[in-house]
Write a protein that binds this ligand. Structure first.
Ligand SMILES: Cc1cc2nc3c(=O)[nH]c(=O)nc-3n(C[C@H](O)[C@H](O)[C@H](O)COP(=O)(O)O)c2cc1C
Length: 282
């Protein structure tokens, strides 16, 4: 057998240089790198091509949550409903929580805010678009609050018939994200939804139980101009004073319940939407 026929087969006593061996370390590393590169190209291309779809799905989900809070959609029973068409009933507006007023569509555009796609969550993490909250004002334990928020208005013959507001704050384990819908008096609750949280299923996680959410309908937020909504421990007794301001606490989840009360206190208060609601009422 010639040297070239023997190749690198030790049995055949070959002594071909390692560089020409298919199983050499160099070749293994090279092939691994090529596979990694090919995979990363596939993954990043998929991420780029699917980005518009991801954004559209995120918006669709947001719209469903807003519709559900306003009582116009039910995720369980209206799966085939035309969400875009239902959502088109809403007027999406931007409020400036620093200037404590609703901006006109032109003002919002001038400030570079596209109401339909504005991401308040992202803005709240950006120091140039949010403010840090001191301990005393950070009732909902959110650390920072975005300067601008979007609000969702339903109108009936020109008058506001429902207003949906985004709310968030800390429960026991996590930040809860949701919406609250108000009746035209800007005081009575028309609906509440928590669409994202990390509370324990069966305990704090009951914030998204439809039975508990239904207890909020008709409850009133303000008494004598101050936020008075109270998520109490246990059930609201029939003979209690001011039952219109009281909601049953979640069983075995007093801390999440307290978190929800704090969320309402903050977002309906002076640093949240309170002054804007007062304006609309006025
Ligand atoms: C594993 C585990 C998970 C819990 N998850 C929650 C929760 O999500 N929300 C909550 O308020 N309490 C939760 N708790 C209970 C709290 O620690 C606390 O006991 C409770 O909020 C007190 O409420 P109660 O006075 O109604 O029992 C959890 C407890 C355990 C052991």
């Amino acid at each position: 057998m010639s040297e070239s026929e023997k190749g690198n087969d030790p049995a055949a006593g070959g002594n071909k240089p390692a560089a020409n061996n298919k199983d050499s370390m160099r070749n293994i590393i090279l092939v691994s790198l090529m596979v990694c590169f090919a995979c990363s190209v596939v993954v990043s291309s998929a991420a780029v091509f699917l980005k518009p779809e991801r954004i559209a799905n995120k918006l669709l989900d947001r719209n469903k949550n807003i519709l559900e809070t306003a009582g116009l959609y039910n995720k369980e029973t209206d799966a085939s409903a035309d969400v875009d068409q239902l959502f088109s009933q809403f007027e999406v507006r931007v409020v400036d929580l620093e200037e404590k007023r609703m901006l006109s569509v032109v003002e919002a555009k001038d400030r570079g805010i596209e109401a339909a796609t504005y991401d308040q969550r992202k803005a709240s993490k950006d120091p140039s678009r949010s403010k840090a909250l001191g301990d005393a004002e950070d009732v909902a334990s959110i650390t920072r609050r975005a300067r601008y928020s979007t609000v969702y208005i339903l109108r009936d013959e020109g008058e506001i018939s429902k207003l949906v507001l985004p709310i968030h704050g800390y429960g026991l384990w996590s930040t809860l994200y949701g919406y609250i819908a108000l009746e035209p008096d800007m005081n009575t609750v028309a609906g509440i939804t928590f669409y994202e949280h990390g509370e324990t299923a069966g305990l704090g996680g009951e914030v998204d139980n439809p039975d508990w959410k239904s207890l909020w309908h008709g409850k009133e937020i303000y008494r004598d101009g101050r936020v008075a909504l109270d998520v109490i421990k246990g059930s609201v007794p029939p003979e209690t004073s001011n039952p219109e301001h009281k909601i049953d606490g979640l069983s075995g989840a007093t801390l999440t319940s307290q978190g929800v009360e704090n969320i309402i206190a903050y977002w309906m208060g002076e640093d949240g939407f309170g002054p804007i609601l007062k304006d609309i009422r006025g």
